[in-house]
Design a protein around this ligand. Sequence first.
Ligand code: HEM
Ligand code: HEM
Length: 177
Amino acid sequence: MKRYHPILVILHWALAIMIIGGLIMGGFVLSETPNSDPFKMTALTAHMSMGMLILVLMIVRLMFRLFTKKPQPADIGNAMLNKSADMAHWAFYAVVIAMCASGIAIANAAGLPAIIFGGSGEPLPANFNDIPPRMAHGVIAKILGLLILSHVAAALYHQFVRKDGLLGRMWFGNRKG
Ligand code: HEM
Ligand code: HEM
């Protein structure tokens, strides 16, 4: 098998865009906007909807990952690095799901489902700082960012230094061979 299943390919790139977008918008726009700003409701609506979509698509992707044929693990010539690549890939599923779970926990603790999606008309709390999952969400965001940076560095190293065509495995085309 030369490549991942096309559904895994399409979901990989769609999720990559959504997750990186969520990290950038969450860190630089959402958390920098005070809850008293009228724009905060719009920013929260977008962030929470996108976050829930990421959660659903990540679980769908995990199912396809478990039940489709995939290429042999890439060999980088070092058993420990090979093992860490495998662990990093599984870590992605755990960390992204933890990101979404902690986001949902902040939302529930702050009564956001009713305020944002239920039209309760109640004001937002002054901030989310005292909600414990808010701290977790921030820390997990940093871990996810580091995981993505090392993943991209590894992919580029394979592609341009080892020249083993790794990016092609996460792209469309003939899978046989
Ligand atoms: C938030 C962003 C990303 C996430 C969550 C993510 C997740 C994953 C996961 C879990 C795998 C392992 C295969 C699988 O389980 O299906 C994988 C493989 C791969 N990713 Fe990403 N990825 C992200 C961004 C990127 C980016 C930006 C690049 C481009 C440089 C990239 C390039 C690749 C490649 C080439 C593979 C195939 C590796 C192999 O064949 O062993 N990924 N990605
Ligand atoms: C993979 C999905 C997600 C990513 C990448 C993400 C990313 C982020 C980031 C980077 C921050 C700012 C953290 C900081 O500066 O300390 C943040 C804040 C937040 N996120 Fe998420 N998030 C995701 C999913 C969710 C979900 C599913 C929800 C709720 C349903 C949610 C609700 C929130 C809330 C309420 C805040 C706090 C905003 C504030 O302090 O003003 N997030 N998110």
